[in-house]
Design a binder for this molecule. Structure first.
Ligand code: AR6
Length: 178
């Protein structure tokens, strides 16, 4: 089985041990994938989130998954796109790394990510894909856990951009595919 893959789907239906939520710093829910995760998990998720005291952009916090198939949710507030010169790429990379570190700390073997910041927060998809893929693949090369990571794109168009970015990257490098 590949350690990393890109697929199209609804992350609330994911069978990974942990799914990532593209949250905001309040961790108290919102629209987009955040709204879908809270709706599917049930009100207990919001109750637990209320105890967490929010989360800084680029960091991550873990909760249980309640009525979701996933056992855990890793909440991470992505950066709001402000044109690209406001530290957005570093903050976005930090989101992916923080989620993976948290998964490793908790012995979580399988993690599914949505495309953080590319909805309400306006991060251009191709640029976000380059940052996300580099952060995930760099982390996996240096760590045994998580054993498997998937990018769950909400649309075929988003998945195409992620796959193109992934293929371009390997075409220009000697690195072995994960
Ligand atoms: N499964 C997988 N991906 C999804 C799903 C889903 N069910 N639903 C949406 N996406 P967004 P952000 C994709 O807006 O940009 C919230 O209000 C979507 O197509 O959910 O990080 C939070 O509370 C897009 O590519 O998150 C924050 O306030 C990606 O998920 C703010 O939005 C992210 O879109 C965060 O904005």
């Amino acid at each position: 089985m590949n350690r990393f893959s890109i697929l199209v789907g609804d992350i609330t239906r994911s069978d990974a041990k942990a799914i990532v939520n593209a949250a905001n710093t309040s961790l108290l829910g919102g629209s987009g994938v955040d709204g879908a995760i809270h709706a599917a998990a049930g009100p207990e998720l919001l109750e637990e989130c209320r105890t967490l005291g929010g989360c800084e952009t680029g960091r991550a916090k873990l909760t249980r998954g309640y009525r979701l198939p996933a056992e855990y949710v890793i909440h991470t507030p992505g950066p709001i796109w402000r044109g690209g010169n406001d530290g957005e790429a570093a903050a976005l990379a930090s989101c992916y790394r923080s989620c993976l570190e948290l998964a490793e700390e908790h012995g979580i073997e399988t993690v599914d990510f949505p495309s953080i910041s590319t909805g309400v927060y306006g991060y251009p998809m191709a640029q976000a894909a380059a940052v996300a893929l580099k952060a995930i693949l760099d982390f996996l090369r240096g760590h045994d856990l998580p054993r498997q990571v998937r990018m769950v794109c909400h649309t075929e168009q988003a998945a195409r951009i992620y796959r193109q970015t992934y293929n371009m990257w390997y075409a220009g490098s000697k690195a072995e595919r994960l």
